[in-house]
Every structure is written in structure tokens, then in C-alpha cells.
Design a protein around this ligand. Structure first.
Ligand code: BES
Ligand code: ZN
Length: 616
């Protein structure tokens, strides 16, 4: 994972004003809970907006309650009404609070009769933080516009007024009207043969948290990859995607053998334009994925293993708050490794685990102590703190440690029982621990003490005896890198012909922060890293070439940064450029050209980085 995951994911800050249970939401789930959402949407591409009507089914918990508080961000509210059993709407008074920078605008609806349904008619803003609208010129086909959502962490509120907290689960129905030639998909079962008639209906019958609400629309072709899986992508991309993801059904079966049935029906993958700000997003029934993993050799396929794994860890058993996010990302990264090992072998899985371990070890010393805990202490929950490599890499390391101590068979049974026990629930770290103690730790005494568990979950750093996989390949690369840097092994003599993607990543990750320029030039001369089609290798190469002062790499770096909006692959290059005045000036130029093609989250992240660099 990126040393800059914090940068990439850290859009959440300052949980001050909101409700105690979830500092990132204004919702008051002890008073009333949304149990179902009925969504009517019209896609308005010319105005880059959704015209929406959201009807919320409510379960009033407190007989004395009389207000419904919802999360919104940059929504224009046209009306709010209660809806009676006969479908008659009666207006309700409401207030929309001024916009909080992090949380958006609290929508307070007066509903003293505690209605069963409340309906909000609204439109979204063209700058909605959870949506990107692409004009035809920014698509591969250049003929039709494209749009997609990214709701995690707290962006669902920018396109639907709701209780935007992972502790609250609801089912949904949706009806979407779109231009006639567009295909619309959502985080619900999708019909690969749906006609292009401008009218799409969806039903998500499993209760999901709001961050899993998702929609996308554009010129999407479909290619089936198995009996219950397909890839969706623009027509010029779909063939490559179908080839890269041809093992999808095998992956589903592998996960099912380990952890029980895949409970969602279909599992499809949508390949987005390169501006998609993340690698992947586990939207139920329809993983959203970056095209940067389509490298032709399946070497970045673990991304699919990861998003598929979330069908158990995350979508089935969900972290109840952003502070508990390691329950989603750490457990998923562990399961991802198991799927990768089963399908692509132990060497591949161990290399990926080692890359994560090294990234974590590089990052840990610079993290505040509370950010080093899997479950940060309540009271100081900066989500900036909870969304780092710690959740992913320390979390998965903890699970690999449990596996090693208790044995694979025992741990597999345990994890399966955990998923079954908490299926379709949102849980805290403490609930997870209350299940772990009797069902694993105390059941098999002498394998791991409760103190050790506490150290993993609440301690800083990583326990000293944490197991590290062996990798003869990585050991050999360490030796070669050392000899290369010492000048005893010329770049052309590196044994890199057979290096896979992960081995190149490992080689480059281990270079010094500012390597000698002559060495970098030699390396590029021998291996042609500038302009590489593999963006994982490219990102690492450009960061080191720039740090070495190799201006010859700048134009290709700029091309990479302009084309790719994925935070993790682009932000580190902005950061590397920003370290010198010349570089910063160049970064500004690149951004000026790239900005219009970037997702709102990427725009926000680059602007924050450039502003911070200017102050230094
Ligand atoms: N759920 C995450 C993406 C996410 C996390 C978005 C937090 C917003 C806030 C997704 O499953 C993920 O982890 N994606 C990774 C890829 C993966 C292979 C580690 C990514 O996007 O880099
Ligand atoms: Zn994930």
C-alpha cells in the first residue's frame, strides 16, 4: 500500500459537532432509523446533476422523538413531506443548517407524528463530492458522457439525503431515468442483458450501510466472465478487462470454500475511466475498479481478490464506525491474501504481504501514536488517523499472526463462524473482540494470550515477534539493489528480466529517498522505466527519478499524473515534485491542465498538497 495512503484517503477530519456514536454523521439512530430507501433519480448530464426523490422508511426507536435528522452535502432541497399509507404526501417543516466543511449540512425535519415514510425531493450540485461527471472528451470512446459515484467514506450524503453512518443499514429500490444510449448500473443485482431503453430499476434486498450506495452510467459494454459474473466497461476497454478478470468465478469459489456462500447473487466488475480516485470500491454486486490494473498479465489482480473479499469482510460484517475501519480493510487484506495464494501461489501472496509489511514499517515512525493503533482511542478519533496503512497492513498482519498461532484449519473455521455470526450487522472492534475471546483465544489455550491480542489492537507500533514471510526473491533483490547503489553492479547487469510487478515494486520501494542522479539515469537507460505502461511501477519510478533531480522524467511523469486520477498513483508524484521550487512550479502547471479531468476528491487532495507546499 501507498506510503501516502493517509494522503489518499484522509479526507475526514475533526469529528466535533456530530452525534456521539458516529462523529461523522448528524444522524440520531437512537431516536429513529432508516430501514429502506426508495430512490427515483433522473440523470441530467447537461447540468451535471441528479434530480432526485428519496423516500425513507423509518423505524422510530424513541416514542418521545419527533425529529428526523439527516446528512446532506451541497443538496438543494425542493420539498420534504410525510407520506401516508395511501401515498398522500403532506409537507413537513425542515431546516437546512449552514454547511460544515467536513460534515455537510444537517437537515432537521420536524415530524412529531413519527411518520412511517418521509419523502425528500432534491437536486445534487455539479460539484457533489461523491460524484464525477465526465464530458465525452474525457471518456475512452469520446462519444457519450459518463458519470459515477464514490460514496465511501462520507460522500453518499452529497447525492442522497440520508443517515450517512456505517452503523445504519437499509435495503433500497431505485428507478433511474437516463439518456437512451446510456447503461446505468448500481450497487444491486444488475442484468447484463438489460435493454438500453433509458429506464433502469434496481432492488438491493440485503440491508447495506450508506457508503455502499453506488451508481454509474455511460457507454458501457458487458462481457460475461462466468455464470454469475461479468465485466462492464467502455466498449474499447471491455475485451482487455474480460481477459484480465477471467478468473473471477474461480475467485468467488475459492472465497466460498473458505468462508461460506457468496450471499449477494451476482458479482460484477465495472471498470471506470482512469480518473476513478481509488483502486477499487467494493460496491455490493458491482465492484468499481480502476483501469490501471489492466496490465495484461494479471499481476495486479489482487485488487479483485480484495474487493471480492469485502463481500464477507465489510459488506456482510461491517465496521460500525470509521474508527473501526480495520475490521473492513484489515480483515479484507488478509482474505485477499488467502484468495491470491490459492489461485496464484504462495510466492505471489507472500510478496504482496511483504510489500505491505515494508510499507507499514516505513510509515509507522511518522504516525502519531494514536494513529498506530488498530482501534484508536475513543475521544481522539481523527479519521485522518484511522484511514492509514495501519488499518490495512497492521490489521492483516494481526490476522496472519492469529492464523499462524492457531493453525490454518482452526483459524479458517473461526473466521467463517465470525462472518456467519455477525452477518448483515455493523459491529465495533469491541464486539469483534468479545467474539474472538471465547471462540478462539480461550478455546485453544496456550496459543496466544489476551494481552497479546490487546497489544495488537490497542497498542502502538507492531509486536516484536510478528511473523514475517520468507522471500528468497526479495532477499536476492535486496542484494542486487545494494550492489547497484554501491556501484559494484551496473544497472544493465541487474537480474531484472524475470522480475514480476511486485518484484519491481520492491526494488524501487527500497531505493533511498533521494538516490544519486547518475544511478537513476543508468537504471532508466537499461530498463526504460520512463513511460512504462504499468502505473504501479511508474509511480515508484517517477517519485525516485524526481527526487534524484532527473528532469528528463518530468514530461512522462506529467502524462501519468494527467491521465491517472487515482490518488495513490498520482499524489506521491505531486508530493515528490513539491519538494523543490522548480518542481512545485511544474506541479502547478500539470495540475492546471489536469484539474478538469480529476474527480472532486483528487482536486481537493492536490489543492491541499500544493497549498501546504507553498507555505514551506
Ligand atoms: N474500501 C476501499 C476504498 C476506500 C477506503 C475508499 C476508504 C474510501 C475510503 C477499497 O476496498 C480499497 O481498499 N481499495 C484499495 C485497493 C486494494 C487492493 C487495497 C485502493 O483503492 O487502493
Ligand atoms: Zn478495501
Amino acid at each position: 500500500m501507498s506510503p501516502l495512503r493517509t494522503l489518499a484517503l484522509g479526507a475526514l477530519l475533526l469529528p466535533l459537532a456530530a452525534h456521539a456514536n458516529d462523529p461523522y454523521s448528524y444522524a440520531q439512530p437512537d431516536e429513529v432509523r432508516v430501514t429502506h430507501l426508495d430512490l427515483q433519480l433522473k440523470l441530467d448530464f447537461p447540468h451535471r446533476q441528479l434530480d432526485g426523490q428519496a423516500t425513507l422508511t423509518l423505524d422510530w426507536k424513541d416514542p418521545k422523538a419527533g425529529t428526523l435528522v439527516l446528512d446532506t452535502r451541497d443538496l438543494t432541497i425542493a420539498s420534504v413531506a410525510s407520506v401516508d399509507a395511501g401515498g398522500t404526501a403532506s409537507p413537513l417543516p425542515y431546516t437546512l443548517a449552514p454547511r460544515d466543511k467536513q460534515l455537510g449540512s444537517k437537515l432537521t425535519i420536524q415530524a412529531p407524528q413519527r411518520p412511517h415514510e418521509v419523502r425528500i425531493v432534491y437536486t445534487t450540485s455539479p460539484a457533489a463530492s461523491g460524484l464525477q461527471w465526465l464530458p465525452p472528451a474525457q471518456t475512452a470512446g469520446k462519444r457519450q458522457p459518463f458519470m459515477f459515484s464514490q460514496s465511501e467514506s462520507i460522500h453518499a450524503r452529497s447525492w442522497v439525503p440520508l443517515q450517512d453512518s456505517p452503523a445504519i443499514r437499509f435495503t433500497y429500490d431505485a428507478h433511474v431515468s437516463a439518456p437512451r444510449d446510456a447503461r446505468v448500473v448500481m450497487s444491486a443485482p444488475n442484468d447484463p442483458r438489460h435493454p438500453l431503453d433509458g429506464e433502469f430499476s434496481f432492488a438491493q434486498t440485503h440491508p447495506i450501510p450508506s457508503y455502499l450506495l453506488a451508481i454509474a452510467a455511460g457507454d458501457l459494454a458487458v462481457r460475461e466472465t462466468g455464470p454469475r459474473s461479468a465485466v462492464y466497461a467502455e466498449p474499447s476497454v471491455v475485451g482487455k478487462a474480460a481477459h484480465e478478470f477471467e478468473d473471477t468465478e474461480k475467485m468467488i469459489r475459492t472465497a466460498e470454500q473458505l468462508y461460506g456462500p457468496y450471499r449477494w447473487g451476482r458479482y460484477d466488475i465495472l471498470v471506470l475511466p482512469p480518473s476513478f480516485p481509488y483502486g477499487g470500491m467494493e460496491n455490493p454486486n458491482m465492484t468499481f475498479a480502476t483501469p490501471t490494473v489492466l496490465v495484461g498479465d494479471k499481476s495486479l489482480i489482487s485488487l479483485v481478490a480484495h474487493e471480492l473479499a469485502h463481500s464477507w469482510s465489510g459488506n456482510l460484517v461491517t465496521a460500525a464506525s470509521w474508527r473501526d475501519i480495520w475490521l473492513n480493510e484489515g480483515v479484507t487484506t488478509y482474505v485477499q491474501g488467502r484468495i491470491t495464494e490459492a489461485l496464484y501461489g504462495k510466492r505471489q501472496a507472500d510478496e504482496e504481504a511483504l510489500l505491505d509489511i515494508h510499507t507499514l514499517q516505513r510509515e509507522l515512525p511518522s504516525l502519531p501514536l494514536n494513529a498506530q493503533r488498530l482501534a484508536p482511542k475513543p475521544g481522539h478519533v481523527d479519521a485522518d488517523d484511522s484511514l492509514s496503512d495501519v488499518a490495512y497492513n497492521k490489521g492483516s498482519w494481526f490476522l496472519r499472526t492469529l492464523e499462524q498461532r492457531f493453525g490454518r484449519a482452526t483459524f479458517d473455521d473461526y473466521l467463517k463462524s465470525y462472518f456467519n455470526h455477525f452477518a448483515f450487522q455493523s459491529i465495533t472492534t469491541e464486539q469483534m473482540l468479545d467474539f474472538l475471546k471465547p471462540n478462539l483465544i480461550d478455546k485453544y489455550p496456550g496459543k496466544m494470550s489476551w494481552n497479546e491480542v490487546q497489544e495488537w489492537v490497542y497498542g502502538t507500533g507492531v509486536p516484536k515477534d510478528a511473523p514475517v514471510p520468507d522471500s528468497p526473491q526479495f532477499d536476492a533483490i535486496d542484494k542486487e539493489r545494494t550492489a547497484f547503489l554501491a556501484g559494484t553492479l551496473p544497472a544493465g547487469k541487474l537480474d531484472a528480466k524475470g522480475w514480476n510487478t511486485q518484484e519491481w515494486m520492491y526494488f524501487l520501494d527500497g531505493l533511498p529517498d533521494a538516490p544519486p542522479l547518475a544511478r537513476m539515469q543508468q537504471l532508466d537507460g537499461a530498463w526504460h522505466l520512463t513511460g512504462t505502461p504499468n502505473a504501479e511501477i511508474g509511480m515508484r519510478w517517477y517519485v525516485h527519478a524526481i527526487a534524484a533531480g532527473d528532469k528528463a522524467a518530468w514530461p512522462a511523469a506529467a502524462e501519468h499524473m494527467t491521465r491517472i486520477g487515482r490518488l495513490y498513483l498520482t499524489m506521491p508524484i505531486y508530493a515528490a515534485l513539491s519538494k523543490t521550487p522548480d518542481g512545485l512550479a511544474f506541479a502547478r502547471q500539470v495540475y492546471a491542465k489536469a484539474k478538469n479531468g480529476y474527480h472532486p476528491l483528487t482536486q481537493q487532495a492536490v489543492e491541499a498538497l500544493l497549498a501546504k507546499a507553498a507555505k514551506k
